[in-house]
Design a protein around this ligand. Structure first.
Ligand code: MTE
Length: 334
């Protein structure tokens, strides 16, 4: 969300969580025989900038993307909240296609070829087809959206993304009335993605949203962060951002969008249905079976002085999104 005016959903200052849960999640994979290396964490000692300053881009950004980023609708961080520095956003990542440690994606994702890139659109819509990244971006004006980002592992960031409302993209494909869900699939290419040469997750990574969630104005397709094109480790060239949901809903490096009548089978809910639900709305009242979701550790912080804060219902975006779930038992449909 581009937070231009202070609203009920803006980040507040107080604090959060431990690295234990990060390791516990990997214990799940280990217990399932899905990965060998024990995970650990490197203390984050970066200073936090007070305001959003663009970061220089890589050299060979395609012209159409560079122009879009330059011409974007700017925003300001009116939250009073400290942004998580680019160095942290781009080095503390979950992108299992490039490894299981937080530092692996930044180290390994250089092998991802982002050009040419295309997205296959399928399912219940009137304009299916193969769209190049340029086709996808052409009619959209990029915006700055400064959002809280809350991982199910109980760490969080505040990130200035550049993107455009997903609804504006989806409406171009003219979904039929029967389309009640949208599924997003990440690239599967073990030659480029070393993590896919292992069975750490069932590949490709698949996520999904109910259509009303997908067309909610807060939901964006992101192509940039900190005013530059997304680094590969952050899901270049195209990734989802759904700020009221746990971060695993935001599929990276998307190559397929499919409109469906029924709820898609998504990666984490398939792997551990008792731990990761389809909805995955940030909810401090529903603990993960192995750790609390009441608090979160805002990055950056250090091993010795973590920034703890209380987690907010819907990650603080309740005023905007609670209506989507009226009448639902959010403890059951987690
Ligand atoms: N998308 C793919 N394809 N593969 C992944 O492993 N990890 C998810 C999500 N999207 C993941 C993914 C999880 S668990 C989180 S918390 C966020 O990406 C992390 O995004 P970031 O690295 O940009 O902070």
């Amino acid at each position: 969300m581009l937070i231009l005016n202070r609203s009920a959903s803006e980040p507040r200052t107080s604090e959060i969580t431990s690295e234990t849960v990060y390791r516990q999640r990997r214990e799940l994979l280990k217990a399932a025989g899905l990965f060998g290396a024990a995970a650990f964490f490197s203390p984050l000692l970066h200073a936090a900038p007070a305001a959003f300053q663009s970061v220089p881009d890589r050299k060979n950004v395609p012209g159409f993307l560079r122009e879009k980023l330059t011409a974007r609708k700017g925003g300001q961080n009116a939250t009073g909240e400290v942004l998580t520095p680019f160095e942290v956003v781009s080095t503390y990542n979950n992108f299992y296609e490039f490894g299981l440690e937080k530092s692996d994606p930044a180290e390994n994702a250089g092998s991802l070829r982002m050009e040419p890139w295309s997205v296959r659109v399928e399912g219940l819509c009137e304009a299916p087809g193969l769209y190049t990244l340029e086709d996808i971006l052409k009619p959209h004006v990029l915006e700055d959206r400064i959002y809280r980002f809350r991982c199910v592992e109980a760490w969080s960031m505040v990130v200035p993304w550049q993107g455009f409302p997903l609804r504006d993209l989806l409406r171009r494909f003219r979904p039929s009335t029967g389309a009640r869900y949208v599924e997003f699939t990440t690239l599967k290419d073990p030659a480029q993605m070393p993590g896919q040469r292992t069975e750490s997750l069932p590949w490709p990574y698949v996520e999904g949203l109910r259509i009303d969630e997908a067309i909610h104005p807060l939901t964006i397709m992101a192509v940039g962060v900190y005013g530059r094109s997304l680094p590969p480790q952050n899901g270049a060239p195209l990734r989802l951002i759904v700020p009221w949901k746990y971060g695993f809903k935001s599929a990276k490096s998307i190559v397929r969008i499919r409109f469906l009548a029924g709820q898609p089978s998504t990666t984490w809910s398939k792997l551990a249905p008792a731990e990761y639900g389809f909805y995955a709305n940030v909810n401090p009242a529903v603990d993960h079976p192995r750790w609390t979701q009441r608090r979160e550790r805002r990055l950056p912080g250090t091993l010795f002085s973590p920034n703890w804060r209380e987690t907010m219902q819907f990650n603080g975006y309740g005023p905007e999104v609670a209506g989507l779930y009226r009448g639902m038992n959010l403890n059951r449909h987690f």
